[in-house]
Design a protein around this ligand. Structure first.
Ligand code: PLP
Length: 370
């Protein structure tokens, strides 16, 4: 007898592939953990800000009780920072949680969700997980084709995911283009604007998406504490949207989806502008170093506005996995992106200067041996 537990659309899902943990690579390749460099999950190479560590240590004595389900203090801090009422904010267990909740809150089984080819893997997972129909719009130069995404809207489309900057390609859509797009999206179609990497944008590329939330009742802006704020392991993200959308999210959200330590750390990180500036500066410096090395090696890469770079490491479809394996043997963990339909490419998270150098040396050695 064949097993057929669960809906067929759930059985059809290919589970998310996360970056390999350092301990696993150490075991698999017989390496010392201390010599392994992980540039695979777009984490902040500076780690967690000290201000957040102190806030967590203080909050630890409260762990016998449930977290504040309404996260009053964190929402107040976010409300002040972004100039929106606290009622417009929804917290998530990472912004991944926000993306999932939004899909479930806005879309019914059988309706359609639009996202771009090569955009963040969770959009496909969220779509499949609720038995919705995915409309995947071909990318242009590895980024979103907003006109084609508008043209792809059908009567049953209820949600469009847009990642800006996008992961894994690092592509960026400028503010005026995004605004023109939002203006044309029908009001019964929600737009989730996923800005997980927005804090890395240089000043001249920044735009005011929160002002758009005030103008467009169908817009949800999603942000995270996992990247520039340095709290990936704690899992905190948030959505900003008008009350109609926020109210729906709150009906589906788990009451205690952001734990006590995470709430305390996020408040501290939010106020730690020095850490944020240091993270962005380190990232810009690392980006210059990595792309300079790729230029020297004659490797194609996609210009990136995130904390990572997508680089083409060969012209055959086994190149990504082959070079990845060679790097792993040298203790460097990066991310193969064959699951995104990019088998000739690897995604490299920008690390500390010494981590970037270790990666470049290992890559040079690998390519020289090929
Ligand atoms: C574009 C994008 N959105 C959302 C996320 C989810 O991050 P988190 O759940 O840690 O907030 C990621 C993580 O890599 C991402 O790249």
């Amino acid at each position: 007898m064949t097993t057929s537990f669960g809906p067929s659309y759930v059985r059809a899902i290919a589970p998310y592939v996360a970056g390999k943990p350092i301990s696993e690579v150490a075991r698999e390749f017989g390496l010392d953990e201390a010599n392994i460099v992980k540039l695979a999950s777009n984490e902040n190479p500076l780690g967690m800000p000290e201000s957040a560590q102190r806030a967590m240590a203080q909050a630890a004595s409260e762990l016998g009780r449930y977290p504040d389900a309404n996260a009053f203090e964190l929402k107040s801090a976010l409300s002040e920072r972004y100039g929106v009422p606290a009622e417009w904010i929804t917290l998530g267990n990472g912004s991944n949680d926000i993306l999932e909740i939004a899909a479930h809150a806005f879309v019914e089984k059988g309706q359609s969700i639009i996202y771009a080819q090569y955009s963040f893997a969770v959009y496909a997972l969220a779509t499949q997980g609720l038995g919705a129909r995915a409309i995947v719009v071909p990318a242009v130069q590895y980024g979103h084709d907003l006109d084609a995404m508008l043209a792809a809207i059908t009567d049953d489309t209820r949600l469009i995911f847009v990642a800006n900057p996008n992961n894994p390609t690092g592509t960026f859509i400028d503010g005026p283009k995004l605004e023109a797009f939002l203006d044309k999206v029908p009001r019964n179609v929600a737009v989730v604007l996923d800005e997980a990497y927005t804090e890395y944008l240089p000043q001249d590329k920044r735009y005011d998406s929160i002002a758009w939330v005030r103008r467009y009742p169908n817009l949800l802006v999603s942000r995270t504490f996992s990247k520039a704020f340095g709290l990936a392991g704690l899992r905190v993200g948030f959505a900003i949207a008008q009350p109609e959308l926020t109210d729906l999210l709150n009906r589906l959200r788990q009451p205690f989806n952001v734990n006590t330590l995470a709430q305390a750390a996020a408040i501290a990180a939010l106020n730690d502008t020095a850490f944020l500036e240091k993270s962005a500066a380190l990232n810009a410096q690392g980006y210059r170093r990595l792309t300079e090395a790729f230029d020297k090696l004659g490797l194609e890469y996609v210009p990136s506005d995130g904390n990572f770079v997508l680089v083409r490491v060969g012209n055959d479809d086994s190149a990504g996995n082959r070079v990845n394996l060679a790097l792993l043997k040298q203790g460097v963990i990066v991310r193969p992106v064959g699951n995104y339909g990019l088998p000739q490419w690897l995604r490299i998270t920008i690390g500390l200067p010494e981590e970037n150098e270790a990666f470049i040396a290992a890559l040079e050695k690998t390519l020289a041996a090929a």
